[in-house]
Design a protein around this ligand. Structure first.
Ligand SMILES: Nc1ncnc2c1ncn2[C@@H]1O[C@H](COP(=O)(O)OP(=O)(O)OP(=O)(O)O)[C@@H](O)[C@H]1O
Ligand SMILES: [Mg+2]
Ligand SMILES: [Zn+2]
Length: 265
């Protein structure tokens, strides 16, 4: 029973989360939400449940759990000082008075995805420096502000994180290799920057396929940004991206922003 298991687990594992739950007469009785969140019949407002392995998990049902999920995902994020400044509003689509159609199309696709990411994939590919990472960060910032748990991560940070866990061989849930891999596979929204820039080692290719195949099969919202044209990807990955029933692929043909005169930016 999630209710009773959630109680004992929380009392044992979260000493700083407030006084023990329940009452002296019935320690498993539902409690009133004390955090301003919604009533939840799954966790009886404890916000935590025990999974089949006896591990404490944020309750998957109630809204407060979303917040905690966001915090957990943030530990793996590539968010930076710069990325928090990059928004859908400061992404320019015209320079020196001339509209660049491709940038308008990319911005529109990113806006659509950010508004309703559920069950959709968005792939943007193009040359260096033309705003792809900016759009990743902008979508992530939009989703975070809306309270949607999203994970913005570069392919190199993702692989480094997995390799680190592999080397550490540690055994807390967040630190295990499989725990980290699960975060990337199951994040409600994954924003993967610079796919294809990783090495072509069997390890990297295997990870990419495992994550994307899982997300494809479970129709989990995914934004992918890359310098690599679709036909240069692992055919198994390219095939999934070509499923136009839920994946939008868009080319960014704009030139390198970094090469623009500062006065034009
Ligand atoms: N259309 C744009 N409007 C405003 N800023 C932009 C635009 N395009 C690029 N920039 C800025 O230019 C810099 C480089 O852009 P960004 O990092 O998004 O390029 P990229 O396509 O991801 O490049 P790379 O392929 O090398 O990773 C960033 O500081 C970004 O904010
Ligand atoms: Mg980039
Ligand atoms: Zn709940």
């Amino acid at each position: 029973m999630p209710a009773s298991s959630g109680l004992s687990a929380r009392n044992a594992a979260s000493p700083d989360a407030g006084p023990p739950l329940g009452t002296a007469s019935d320690p498993n009785a539902p409690i009133a939400p004390r955090d301003g969140g919604p009533d939840c019949d799954r966790c009886e407002n404890r916000r935590w449940v025990l999974d089949a392995h006896g591990e404490l998990k944020p309750c998957p049902k109630c809204g407060v759990a979303q917040r905690w999920r966001m915090d957990a995902l943030r530990a793996f994020s590539s968010r930076s000082e710069l990325s928090t400044q990059q928004t859908l509003f400061n992404f320019k689509t015209s320079f020196a008075g001339a509209e660049i159609e491709s940038l308008g199309n990319c911005l529109e696709a990113a806006q659509d995805f950010a508004e309703s990411p559920d069950g959709r994939w968005l792939v943007i590919w193009g040359t260096r420096g033309n705003g792809k990472s900016h759009l990743c960060a902008a979508v992530d910032n939009h989703l975070q502000a809306a309270g949607t748990p999203s994970l913005f991560v570069t392919m190199s940070d993702l692989l480094a994180s997995l390799k680190e866990a592999f080397d550490l061989q540690s055994n807390t849930e967040q630190e295990t290799y499989s725990g980290r891999l699960r975060q990337f596979k199951t994040a409600p929204v994954l924003i993967l920057d610079d796919l294809g820039a990783e090495s072509s080692s069997a390890f990297s290719q295997g990870i990419v396929f495992e994550i994307l195949d899982y997300r494809y099969r479970n129709r989990l919202a995914t934004m992918i940004v890359t310098n690599v044209p679709l036909n240069a990807f692992d055919p198994r990955v390219a095939s999934r991206m070509q499923d136009s029933s839920f994946c939008t692929v868009i080319e960014n043909t704009a030139p390198d922003f970094r090469a623009r005169p500062v006065a034009e930016r």
